[in-house]
Design a protein around this ligand. Structure first.
Ligand code: PHE
Length: 489
């Protein structure tokens, strides 16, 4: 089967930046920055991105382009006889699961756009907005319909192909996103009292920076750059051999970071100007911001514009998540792109149903103390993603070898890559160790062993992690045995 490819450099950049720029930039980054002391946290975040994020992104691009394969096929191509392709499976599964609930959040955003357009959103009294949001997400049919539309829209773009679907769409949507962002930024910083918000965002206060903050910065750099789940690898496989991967990785990273900062500049000056709290967490964009817009002249218009911005950011991320799965299914099972996209979309919708219901009628159904939605989020963000990150860096650093990676990054001598030592160190040592630290921290294992009652970490979660480790151990042993037997023959 002939593989589709990106058609232009701008297209690659738009698609990869589109994947990276998502809810993580517009909602989560501003909020965690605020929580962790503003500018001080941003400096740490920048260091994490430069030292760990860029090297891993480069590695994923290189692995994809070298092998011209999907996330599973890439590992198989380089190590056909060892179970490394299981890390590819892990990546594909992570993308699939994340997409099943990311589409739900994107669905809420569409629900807000429709209420913004009809004017209903601005009719809600600010103190009622919490209940209003709760009412939307806990109902049964509406969120499900929006989720379905998000998945269908994503599938429609993906099935049109890499060049005529993903690339074309990203090339239109990303500039629109930037225009909306700039317009909202101008609105926000020209409000009376905006300077307090800017100060909050940019004036460093190292006394508020904690160990947790540093780890949060590291974890977020992975999530925000869409690393560790085969996305960048899959996109890398559609890039032509002459493209300068270093330049590309740096540009995607800069775009991702700039957009996150710009989102902060949209949100905080407005939040402060109208006397709202900056650290309201998950409710920030759905509960606090509508109240902020309501207080602003032409608020309904700006609110709708803002949610359109969030929707664009979300859709360019959902298409990248779906592409990982579609590329895997079409290539490994020899199925047409169209069939694969439709089947995957249906399966995704099926998996999204229990997540949707878990915010309403099935709220009492708990897995390890969490509802279904939170359980999937915990499983993917805190366990699968770090695991995927460690696996890809160990694979590139120790199995494929950084020499081969560098050769690919240099396009066999066409471009020069002067940072090979730093790159080598980052991929072989820094990244795996840093990610392990995030893993241990974010699952709360250490607190558990220290005997502190770990918040958010029930002993059942620990058993669960233990079970996964045992399972991985058994799989590894099985493969070793198979290998020994086959080498005996
Ligand atoms: N990078 C995206 C963001 O910042 C999130 C994302 C995660 C997208 C995983 C795709 C896959 O929101």
């Amino acid at each position: 089967m002939k593989r589709d490819n990106f058609g232009s450099r701008m297209g690659i950049l738009a698609a990869a930046a589109g994947s990276a720029i998502g809810l993580g930039n517009i909602w989560k980054f501003p909020y965690i920055t605020g929580k962790n002391g503003g500018a001080a946290f941003i400096l740490v975040y920048l260091a994490c991105i430069a030292l760990v994020g860029v090297p891993i992104m480069l590695t994923e691009f290189a692995l994809g382009r070298k092998t011209q394969k999907n996330a599973v096929g890439a590992y198989k191509e380089i190590e056909p006889n060892k179970p490394w392709h299981l890390s590819g499976f892990l990546a594909v599964s992570t993308a699939f699961i994340i997409l099943s609930f990311y589409a739900i959040i994107a669905g809420w955003v569409f629900a807000y756009i429709s209420r913004g357009l009809s004017g209903k959103l601005m009719e809600v009294a600010p103190e009622q907005l919490g209940d209003y949001f709760g009412g939307i997400i806990s109902s049964v049919s509406e969120p499900m319909i929006w989720t379905f539309m998000v998945i269908a829209l994503t599938a429609t773009i993906v099935l049109a192909g890499v060049k005529s679907g993903i690339e074309k769409c990203s090339k239109v949507l990303m500039p629109v996103l930037i225009l909306i962002l700039v317009a909202l930024m101008i609105r926000s910083v020209t409000l009376d009292g905006a300077s307090k918000g800017l100060e909050f965002l940019f004036k460093p206060d190292f006394s508020q920076l904690t160990k947790d903050g540093v780890l949060e910065a590291l974890g977020h750099s992975f999530y925000s750059l869409s690393l560790g789940m085969g996305i960048i690898m899959t996109y890398g496989s559609y890039i032509n051999k002459k493209e300068n991967l270093l330049k590309l990785a740096v540009q995607v990273t800069i775009a991702d970071t700039l957009i996150a900062l710009m989102a902060g500049v949209v949100i905080f000056p407005a939040v402060f100007a109208y006397g709202f709290k900056a650290s309201s967490g998950p409710g920030l964009i759905f509960i606090t911001l509508p109240a902020v817009f309501k207080a602003m002249p032409l608020g309904g218009f700006f609110a709708t514009l803002f949610f359109i911005l969030v929707a664009i950011a979300a859709i360019t991320s959902t298409i990248s998540l779906m592409e990982v799965v579609v590329a895997f299914v079409t290539e490994q099972f020899n199925i047409s792109r169209k069939k694969a996209a439709i089947m995957i979309a249906l399966a995704l919708f099926a998996l999204s149903i229990p997540s949707n219901m878990s915010m309403g009628p099935w709220a009492e159904f708990k897995i390890f103390g969490k509802n279904f939605f939170d359980f999937l989020d915990f499983l993917t963000s805190n366990i699968f993603l770090p695991a995927g990150g460690v696996l890809v860096s160990v694979f590139a650093g120790w199995i494929w070898g950084t020499k081969n990676a560098v050769k690919e990054i240099e396009s066999d001598g066409l471009h020069s890559f002067r940072w090979t030592r730093v790159y080598n160190f980052a991929v072989k040592f820094l990244a795996p160790v840093a990610i392990m630290v995030i893993f241990v921290h974010s699952t709360g294992i250490m607190d558990y062993f220290k005997g502190e009652s770990a918040e958010g970490m029930s002993s059942s979660v620990l058993y669960f992690i233990g079970a996964i480790l045992v399972f991985l151990g058994v799989v590894a042993l099985r493969f070793l045995k198979v290998k020994r037997e086959s080498s005996k023959e």
